[in-house]
Design a protein around this ligand. Structure first.
Ligand code: AN7
Length: 385
């Protein structure tokens, strides 16, 4: 028996499967590929599941931690910046981490339908995992403010898509009431199982780095993910799996920054529609995270978000959605506060393909040569030969 047997025996003892970047190099690609069972199996002993829990998984998690020298170089001082590219999850965002747990528990409790409010990514993840668990999904979204890729996903995964004339905050208030009145399970991050799943992002960062980073930079919308990451770092720290805890640095879009303002924002606006949220459900928890981690909340303008978005794709080949780029935009904004030689992780929460319209609109036409005659001479000339 060969390497696959090693993996097969490595899983049932409830030890986390090592992150991809920790794994033994192998000439057998199948070894690494088959080694990841999804985050509930990988981190089972940290999660509220039993042997009889019906795990609903798309083998989410185990996303890469990628060094981004184009960002490090803009800071200098020996600082090393990595991105946690969670846009590589099965539905293209970190929401899969929470949704595998929330839908698994809904299934265990016998639910037949789930519901969420969403700026887009939660709806895509809820729709996909609900189907995977043979359940119905209802998703309530702000009409006209969900990026095209996310809407396409919810429709393709067969959710009932309810687009309302109101923003995310109104949608969340509505689904809270609906789930109180009708037999549908709420899977927004006010469902505690969501945060349980999402804390595994922090586990993976520590598993890959060998310790916690000095700073964790993260975009903040409804404030669930910053809360979940902190929970993950604290649990690992308690077990001695990391020797320190990071400062939690949360970044919001300037037109949509209730954590920075200190009060809800009635009409939030930003190009980063994923974080167009004025009244975060986990507001109090996120304030507690800031206090406990000696972190901070800051805002970044849409222009700063788009600059970081272009640096990541155009200089590093890492394409994330605008909301995700807020973490890097924020880091660059406060770079003077970064201590020398710090290790920093920016969470890239969603894939760039989610929002093709913003990508095309914010690209320069300088490298887009349309309508060329289909002959070699013309094309070679444009190529500069
Ligand atoms: C790409 O999908 O709220 O602070 O309904 O899609 O945990 O809310 C999305 C949020 C960051 C903010 N980055 O995370 C939804 C939704 C991306 C996101 C956030 C979201 P939280």
């Amino acid at each position: 028996m060969t390497s696959t047997a090693a993996i097969a025996t490595a899983q049932p003892n409830n030890q986390p499967v090592p992150n991809r970047s920790d794994s033994q190099p192998s000439t057998n690609g199948r070894l690494l590929h088959q080694g990841w069972p999804g985050l509930i199996e990988a981190y089972r002993r940290y999660l509220p599941v039993t042997d009889s829990t019906p795990v609903v998984t798309l083998h989410e998690g185990n996303t890469p931690l990628i060094p981004v020298p184009a960002v490090s170089d803009r800071i200098g001082k020996g600082v090393k910046v990595f991105v946690k590219y969670d846009g590589l999850n099965p539905t293209g965002s970190f929401k899969d981490r929470g949704m595998t747990m929330a839908v698994t528990k809904a299934k265990e409790e016998g639910a037949e339908a789930v519901i969420c409010a969403s700026t887009g990514n939660t709806s895509a993840a809820a729709a996909a995992f609900a189907k995977r668990g043979r359940m119905k999904a209802f998703v309530v979204i702000p009409d006209g403010y969900v990026a095209m890729g996310k809407l396409a996903q919810a429709l393709m995964y067969g959710a009932e898509v309810l687009a309302i004339k109101g923003n995310f905050d109104r949608a969340l208030a509505m689904v809270r009431e609906i789930s109180d009145k009708y037999p549908v399970k709420l899977v927004n991050s006010v469902n505690p199982y969501r945060l349980q799943g999402q804390k595994t992002g922090a586990f993976e960062v520590v598993d890959a780095l060998g310790d916690a980073p000095d700073w964790l930079c993260i975009p903040v919308g409804n404030a669930g993910n910053i809360t979940a990451y902190w929970m993950g770092f604290c649990e690992y720290h308690q077990e001695g799996r990391c020797g320190k805890l990071p400062r939690m640095m949360g970044f919001q879009a300037a037109g949509s920054a209730p954590m920075v303002a200190g009060h809800p924002i009635e009409n939030p606006e930003t190009i980063a529609t994923a974080i167009r949220i004025g009244n975060p459900a986990s507001y109090d928890k996120a304030i507690a995270v800031r206090e406990a981690s000696q972190g901070a909340f800051n805002s970044v303008t849409d222009e700063e978000i788009l600059d970081a978005y272009k640096i990541l794709a155009g200089e590093e080949g890492v394409f994330c959605e605008p909301a995700s780029a807020a973490s890097v935009a924020g880091l660059l904004k406060v770079k003077d506060e970064v201590p020398a030689n710090a290790k920093i992780v920016c969470v890239l929460t969603g894939n760039g393909l989610k929002d093709p319209q913003t990508a095309i609109d914010s690209s320069s036409n300088a490298n887009y040569h349309q309508g060329l005659e289909a002959d070699l001479e013309t094309v070679a000339k444009v190529m500069g030969f």
